[in-house]
Design a protein. Structure first.
Length: 130
């Protein structure tokens, strides 16, 4: 299973990697910004991509506007006909901003600061079963 992670917070990246390792899920790519993610999708497409875990807000430009938002990643995936699982993983979930959520298996989870996010691991296990 190929997994794409879009997250800019290092501690959350480590939590995600730890959760995936516990489940022996090792085929993943991690990007910490919108542009690199879109470049990757443009180059490699969505072949074999089963799961996307995506933060909502990405690093700010100098003018305090976000470089990219999670629903823009979902838009790019939709353009490539991605229809698998998209986990909206945010400290302040806002699924109402994801107009294309009905095109994928959309899951919205609140980030936990603890080492392991129980809900996230549960979703990983469910996806791994399929």
């Amino acid at each position: 299973m190929k997994i794409l992670i879009v997250e800019d917070n290092l501690s959350h990246i480590e939590n995600l990697k730890s959760s995936l390792k516990e489940l022996n899920m090792t085929d993943y790519k991690i990007f910490n910004n919108f542009n690199d993610t879109v470049d990757y999708l443009d180059e490699f497409g969505i072949e074999n991509l089963e799961l996307v875990v995506c933060d909502h807000n990405f690093p700010d430009f100098g003018n305090d506007s976000p470089e990219g938002l999670g629903h823009q990643i979902l838009f790019e995936l939709n353009c490539l006909k991605f229809n698998k699982t998209f986990i909206h993983y945010s400290q302040e979930p806002c699924p109402e901003k994801y107009e294309l959520k009905d095109k994928v298996n959309f899951i919205s989870l609140k980030k936990e600061l603890s080492h392991t996010n129980i809900d996230l691991i549960k979703e990983f296990k469910n996806i791994k079963k399929d």
